[in-house]
Design a protein around this ligand. Structure first.
Ligand code: NAD
Ligand code: UDP
Ligand code: UDP
Length: 350
């Protein structure tokens, strides 16, 4: 019998988002590890719509099929249920290596698995890149700077990380992942790209992952108090705790342009516009038109007081900077959360 993908694409094209035609020469085979997650699924959308062949590898720890279900059956798309801690043998031209839990509650849930994913998982993907001659982009993080002592952080800063604190499984895992990238580059000639990603938000982020944007939106939509950590309101030093948030589409554009650039050293991708957590709570409250209160909670352990990317390198070398205004990104995310809550309510008794 005919399989779905043996039909000419146009028979089913109604069903899929529009895909650009790329000639054989320009079309790449691209692997996205963690592609069923928040960032990975948006990246999948962009690369699919640009006309590439995309293979998503995910163990569905925090990701879900629903994030990429609109591509299932498309002849350019493949979804593999696989854990990157196990070796993977496929043929690809580029690897976006995003597989790793990303929010504190998720990566602290099983710290050993977080370490394995970031070390053994990254080693496997570098081994794959080496074998097939693919270029690998690592989704690193601003957490490699730890609780930074310099502001803003540029790529030269070595960081301030507690190696045995509760965040270490993630922070140190990503630091060694970076180290492995450069070891494979120097020793084996693997082409690597390292994106140091700062806090990002948008649709398909986990509603219950405990990060500030999702917490506040959910709390505001449900009329519950917005939980501002004590030091996030105002620190003991009397300074407000400030944070920065990047919208997902800006991040995805940055990742793709970094991958296709010739910059092998780490590049910060973040939004340098600072906001206090309290400002954030108030803004989300007003966008949702919510009657929620604001509630102050004690400070979390090893919580960075402040983080701000220096993005001059990305600007100069990639011509990249965030373009989506904060309120626009928040409104889109609020709409998504609203739909998700409705979806949950409708499916409660099924
Ligand atoms: P996410 O949790 O939505 O996505 C991570 C994906 O990786 C999930 O789909 C998960 O199921 C998958 N995964 C986890 N362990 C795996 C394993 N062992 N094998 C295969 N798949 C596995 O998180 P996200 O926010 O989309 O983050 C994506 C990447 O970007 C992560 O590497 C994260 O560290 C990095 N990053 C994200 C942010 C942010 O603010 N979202 C900031 C800095 C860095
Ligand atoms: N690896 C993989 N896919 C490949 C090639 C390698 O998953 O296509 C894994 C392999 O299991 C190994 C790791 O990547 O554990 C590192 O590979 P490398 O070739 O550097 O190391 P070696 O196999 O020589 O130990
Ligand atoms: N935060 C908060 N209320 C929440 C969740 C987080 O005030 O409900 C604060 C947290 O203490 C930190 C900041 O928001 O100062 C950013 O935390 P988040 O967990 O979003 O990001 P990460 O710690 O990963 O940078």
């Amino acid at each position: 019998s005919l399989t779905h993908s043996s039909y000419p694409l146009n028979v089913f094209s109604q069903k899929y988002p529009p895909v650009k035609f790329l000639s054989e020469k320009d079309r790449k085979r691209i692997l996205i590890t963690g592609g069923a997650g928040f960032v990975g699924s948006h990246l999948t959308d962009k690369l699919m719509m640009d006309g590439h062949e995309v293979t998503v590898v995910d163990n569905f720890f925090t990701g879900r099929k629903r994030n990429v279900e609109h591509w299932i059956g498309h002849e350019n798309f493949e979804l593999i249920n696989h854990d990157v801690v196990e070796p993977l043998y496929i043929e690809v031209d580029q690897i976006y290596h995003l597989a790793s839990p990303a929010s504190p509650p998720n990566y602290m849930y099983n710290p050993i698995k977080t370490i394995k994913t970031n070390t053994i998982g990254t080693l496997n993907m570098l081994g794959l890149a080496k074998r097939v001659g693919a270029r690998l982009l690592l989704a690193s993080t601003s957490e490699v700077y730890g609780d930074p002592e310099v502001h803003p952080q540029n790529e030269e800063y070595w960081g301030h990380v507690n190696p045995i604190g509760p965040r270490a499984c993630y922070d140190e895992g990503k630091r060694v992942a970076e180290t492995m990238c450069y070891a494979y580059m120097k020793q084996e000639g693997v082409e690597v790209r390292v994106a140091r990603i700062f806090n990002t938000f948008g649709s398909r982020m986990h509603m219950n992952d405990g990060r500030v944007v999702s917490n506040f939106i959910l709390q505001a939509l449900q009329g519950e108090p917005l939980t501002v950590s004590k030091q996030s309101g105002t620190s003991t030093r009397g300074e407000p705790n400030v944070f920065v948030y990047l919208f997902s589409s800006d991040l995805v554009n940055g990742l793709v342009s970094l991958m296709n650039s010739n910059i092998s050293s780490p590049v910060n991708l973040g939004n340098p516009e600072e906001h206090t957590i309290l400002e954030f709570a108030r803004l989300i409250k007003s966008l949702v038109v919510s009657r929620s209160q604001i509630q102050f909670l004690p400070e979390a352990q090893d919580d960075p007081q402040r983080r701000r990317p220096d993005i001059r390198k990305a600007k100069m070398m990639l011509g990249w900077e965030p373009v989506v205004p904060l309120e626009e990104g928040l409104n889109k995310t609020i709409q998504y959360f609203n739909r998700e809550l409705e979806h949950q309510a409708n499916n409660q008794y099924i």
